[in-house]
Design a protein. Structure first.
Length: 250
């Protein structure tokens, strides 16, 4: 594992230099994810969002498994009523989120598969502006097209499994299509996915998630909530996550 201070410096260096201020400028504190035998220190920065081209073009259809504009994807809508809601906020270009997925992704998926939580994933896109590209928006759209095919979570996993080592490299269109295939989308379903992706069918929805998340006070990625309560990533462990879920279960 590389030096935590070096990682922190690299992530900060990737963010644009900002001045002035503005309502949407939010600086996220250093995130420390504690494991049983190791600690990982990373940081994510939400900057002023000015690149509107990629977020305003495209369609406004609502993805499958999404109840309303601005809401997250409900991964397991058949979760029992007694299960607490686990909200996860991530940006596919966020290296902190990539590390979180390595450490907790399998556990979160298992909690959803076992019906111990109702998992709702909110895909954010703020890093398009920080990194001066549109990979967050395109990958978010791709994931929503995968949700239409009932393959959101496998697609989500494929994106993070192939997250570039260098922040800002982004994802090519060919890569995003390959993730659909990795997620198990094939044949006519892949053709439908491709049209959805090419048409940017869910762009307005993707934009609405970023806007709503900011209104809801989410100021960094990853953010994880259980029944609306934000968990402290500085003290989060696999054991504490299980305990938090158990305590919130009706």
């Amino acid at each position: 594992m590389s030096n935590a201070a070096d990682r922190k410096a690299k992530i900060r260096a990737a963010a644009p230099k900002r001045g002035g201020g503005g309502a949407n400028r939010i600086v996220v504190a250093t995130v420390v994810v504690v494991l049983v035998i190791a600690a990982v220190v990373l940081a994510a920065v939400l900057g002023n969002r000015s690149n509107t081209k990629s977020s305003t073009a495209g369609g406004s259809s609502l993805p499958k498994h999404v109840p309303a504009m601005g809401a997250g994807v409900v991964v397991n809508p058949d979760a029992p009523a007694s299960a607490p809601t686990l909200d996860l906020y991530e940006d596919f270009q966020c290296p902190v989120c990539g590390q979180f997925e390595k450490l907790f992704g399998a556990q979160v998926t298992q909690l959803a598969d076992q019906g111990k939580v109702k998992l709702v994933v909110h895909v954010l896109t703020f890093l398009d502006d920080n990194l001066r590209n549109d990979s967050s928006t395109r990958s978010a759209n791709a994931a929503m097209c995968a949700s239409d095919a009932d393959k959101f979570l496998p697609y989500h996993a494929a994106v993070y499994a192939n997250q570039p080592a260098q922040e800002g490299t982004g994802y090519t269109d060919a890569q995003l299509k390959s993730f659909a295939q990795t997620a198990g989308i094939s044949g006519a379903a892949l053709t439908t996915w491709q049209k959805c992706y090419d048409d940017k069918a869910h762009n307005q929805y993707v934009k609405s998630v970023q806007t709503q998340s900011e209104k809801d006070g989410v100021n960094g990625t990853p953010t994880i909530k259980i029944n609306g309560k934000t968990l402290d990533l500085g003290t989060l462990t696999p054991q504490s996550l299980d305990a938090d879920v158990k305590a919130a279960t009706k």
